[in-house]
Write a protein that binds this ligand. Structure first.
Ligand code: FE2
Length: 261
């Protein structure tokens, strides 16, 4: 991919998202959240690519993946008014529809098209697909980390806002019950594993799920960036003051500095 081809993708994105902002106040806030998220994932991706020593060519492909990974969010929200895939459709599949309808990658070599499409398609899987070929795996791993790095920012910022000013769809409709935390979610985090979305009942559980993503990072640069940005302590500051939660969070933080997964 040439730089000029990437630049025209960037321009396409800005034009594509504009009409989605023409909606009510709540809708605008949710759409804006995804526009800013996309730009910030692109920034995080650039840092990861530099940190991991990728070539300029690889960096452009990774940047295209970052730019396109969530384009499915816009039609998803317009049609269903939610970002919850289980109540609507898989947003990664919707992104592929957009990419193909808009013929965004048709000027690229077949191999590059395939890499970008596959990384977008699989960016939100619970686990890395084992059958993906090694080159695709690199981009899937990169986008999964870059995406998480920005989702941590989105949530830390969101939790600092009063309820009425939060982008409503970002919290997936979960109840904000300040003292309620599910044991299953604390246990998963305490055991060093990723909290599963289907065990999440409340907003506090969702914070634990996000903290547990430290166990699903692929690159040392991602762990470094996360530590520098301090998102884990920020998220944890919105959890109830309890010893079991404190210990589980401390373990997650320690795993980041150890470089353990
Ligand atoms: Fe994303």
């Amino acid at each position: 991919m040439e730089q000029a081809q990437f630049d025209s993708l960037l321009q396409w994105f800005e034009n594509f998202v504009k009409p989605y902002l023409e909606t009510d106040e709540e809708g605008r806030r949710n759409i804006l959240l995804k526009i800013v998220h996309t730009r910030k994932v692109c920034e995080a991706m650039a840092l990861l690519c530099a940190g991991e020593g990728l070539s300029p060519e690889e960096t452009r492909i990774a940047s295209a993946v970052a730019l396109l990974h969530d384009v499915g969010r816009f039609p998803q929200y317009r049609r269903w008014r939610t970002f919850r895939d289980s109540d609507s459709d898989n947003h990664a599949r919707l992104a592929i529809d957009v990419i193909r309808e808009e013929k965004l990658l048709s000027c690229l070599e077949q191999q590059e098209q395939l890499l970008i499409e596959e990384a977008v398609r699989f960016h939100n899987l619970l686990e890395l697909p084992s059958q993906a070929q090694s080159l695709t795996r690199l981009y899937i791993k990169l986008i999964r980390d870059a995406d998480k790095i920005d989702i941590w920012r989105v949530f830390s910022e969101l939790l600092a806002l009063p309820d009425t000013e939060r982008a409503s769809a970002a919290t997936l409709g979960l109840a904000d019950l300040p003292e309620v935390v599910s044991d299953g979610c604390i246990n998963a985090l305490a055991n060093g594993s990723v909290v599963q979305l289907d065990s999440v009942r409340t907003l506090n559980d969702f914070k634990l799920l996000q903290i547990s993503w430290v166990y699903d990072l692929n690159f040392a640069s991602s762990r470094r960036l996360l530590l520098e940005r301090g998102h884990i302590p920020a998220l944890a500051s919105y959890l109830p003051e309890r010893d079991d939660i404190r210990a589980a969070v401390a373990r997650a933080l320690a795993s980041l500095s150890d470089g353990r997964q």
